[in-house]
Design a protein around this ligand. Structure first.
Ligand code: ZN
Length: 166
């Protein structure tokens, strides 16, 4: 790489300290190479996995809603609860997928963080809503708790690699 004097434009030797033609002091600053860690890759993959679990829970919630007009669930819960869990699961999935891809590409730090946060909130909602049900609660807690753990790890990895994001 060749360097040019900012004053006269002539070529300057790399370690010269001043321009040989006009005497202007030169300080050559090498561009700082940002070290790339594996954290965004891990964070992105974890976020996408939790987003996929989110969409599974959302689909099951909505499927139960669609088929359960006579089921015992109605004795315990308003149908709006199923819609809420389902809708928020889909939102969590969409943001988690976008956030996960952005994390893998090290782009848009804030959006990547929002994605992982929404996936985590979706996991919390499904654990809370489904965990309160008398019989099937634990099954959904088994989905929700991994979602919370994986997206929390993803959040930590994204936050720790902020410098790597463009
Ligand atoms: Zn010069």
């Amino acid at each position: 790489m060749t360097w040019h004097c900012p004053k006269c434009g002539n070529v300057v030797l790399e370690n010269a300290g001043f321009c040989a033609y006009c005497g202007t002091p030169i300080r050559i600053v090498q561009p700082v190479e940002i070290r790339r860690s594996g954290l965004p890759v891990a964070g992105g993959i974890l976020q996408i996995i939790s987003a996929c679990i989110c969409v599974i829970v959302a689909t099951i919630s909505m499927a139960i809603l669609a088929t359960s007009s006579y089921s015992y669930y109605y004795y315990y819960y308003s149908p709006w609860g199923f819609w809420f869990v389902g809708a928020f699961g889909l939102i969590g999935f969409a943001f988690g997928l976008v956030g996960g891809i952005l994390t893998l590409r090290r782009k848009y730090f804030e959006t990547a963080l929002i994605g992982a946060s929404l996936v985590m909130i979706s996991g919390l909602i499904s654990v809370t809503a489904w965990g309160a049900l008398p019989y099937s609660g634990f099954v959904f807690a088994l989905f929700g708790i991994p979602t919370i753990i994986l997206s929390a790890l993803s959040l930590i990895f994204i936050a720790a690699s902020k410098m790597e994001f463009a």
